[in-house]
Ligand binder design. Sequence first.
Ligand SMILES: [Zn+2]
Ligand SMILES: [Zn+2]
Length: 253
Amino acid sequence: MERKALLDEVKYYFTDSDHWRRLCAALQDPDPEGSHIHAYVDTSVHPDSLEAIMKAYFERMGWPSSRKIDHMAPKSGMGSLHGVEPKGKPHFDFQWFFQKDVGLRPCDGGESGCNLLVWNRWYINEFYRQFPFRSIGAEEERALESYFKSDHFLKGLEFPVMPTTNHMHINVHASVHPDMIKKYAEEALHRKGRKIYYTCPNVYLVAGKYRGKLVFMGQEPEVVFDIGWKFASEVVIEPAWERWIFEETPGYD
Ligand SMILES: [Zn+2]
Ligand SMILES: [Zn+2]
């Protein structure tokens, strides 16, 4: 693409486009730690440059980028600036498809037919209403404690700190409320000397349907990892060994 046209298009996107403005509007959610956003664009701009422009924009707005931005390739043809977090705002993923004749613009569709998706605390509380979570007694406490000392969980913590991986999911079946999973997971992380900024409850697409997950925003080490949970009334919490997204890593994605 010709340089002047490219610059004009990129400049337009960040100063005047509806897509960027709506993304920034969604960033104003009063409960940033309970919110998450996906934006989908077509672009020919290198992700390093996109990251630099975005960071400069947030700096100017008084919301400097507050954590490391991961560069990922979630699926073929798609890249992601993952875990972008302006200070005090929700974290978001800026997903891009390479298009050589495009500077920067929202793409057609993206996820569930939308190029901008917003989840917040209200959404997740409504999402939870469909599940008859079991209440917590001594048996449930024991199962939670033992799961978070298990190899499945502890091995899962090793993946995202490897040089070849910057993000991953630990998959479980569970019937306890995600707030309880969060509580026991955070205690386990503390025992392991891992520090997190916060845990965000969220959903994600698995085979065309939204499933629950908890997103752990790591501080030390600064990696993001998720626990994906699928409701299963017959168990308290257990590894999910069947394939969810990737074939190669049973129990994890
Ligand atoms: Zn995301
Ligand atoms: Zn994830």
